[in-house]
Ligand binder design. Structure first.
Ligand code: HEM
Length: 156
């Protein structure tokens, strides 16, 4: 973090490479288990953290979801997140930074013409020691807002 912008100090707990496993569910799909690598990298001297993750189906050589974006400090205890997904979905979030925890709520979900319908997303990430846990909720494909993902990753 030595070259990181000072505004990133409250988000320093995210920085690093994290690997672990997660599970997903939604009323319209079969539940699934996945393996994930997530990388949070401070922009050198700039007030953002670059974020990318990729996943595979657990126990199989099958790529699942991947995404990348940026986390930006936004005002006192405020934070912004923008994410692009290869599925044609773009998320724009605002949120709050807590103690070793950050919560994001979507302000906008953008869909390319062929993307599946997603109208609302929330993401909560917490870190205790070298363990990161996150949960993701969404309202999509006509279903009410509910959990899609839960995962636990370890700093490597
Ligand atoms: C760790 C990240 C994620 C993984 C591993 C994952 C995995 C999956 C899997 C395996 C499915 C079942 C159908 C398929 O194979 O495509 C699915 C469906 C879906 N996911 Fe995810 N997903 C992830 C993140 C997201 C995110 C961030 C969003 C939206 C913000 C999202 C939205 C959806 C939607 C809308 C469906 C389709 C539901 C339907 O067609 O009925 N997923 N996901």
């Amino acid at each position: 973090m030595s070259r990181a912008h000072p505004d990133l100090a409250p988000l320093a707990f995210l920085v690093g490479t994290w690997r672990g496993t997660g599970s997903g569910r939604y009323p319209t799909i079969e539940p699934f288990e996945y393996v994930e690598e997530a990388v949070f990298t401070p922009g050198p001297g700039k007030p953002f953290i670059a974020y990318r993750q990729r996943t595979r189906r657990a126990g199989a050589d099958e790529p699942l979801h991947s995404e990348s974006g940026y986390i930006r400090p936004g005002g006192p205890d405020g934070v912004e997140l923008i994410i692009a997904q290869p599925t044609g979905i773009v998320e724009v979030h605002t949120g709050e930074i807590g103690r070793d925890e950050v919560c994001f709520r979507s302000e906008d979900v953008g869909l390319s013409p062929t993307a599946v319908e997603v109208s609302r997303v929330e993401r909560r990430i917490s870190v205790v020691g070298d363990t990161m846990r996150y949960r993701l909720w969404m309202a999509a494909v006509g279903q009410p807002f509910q959990v899609h993902l839960e995962a636990e990753l370890t700093r490597v």
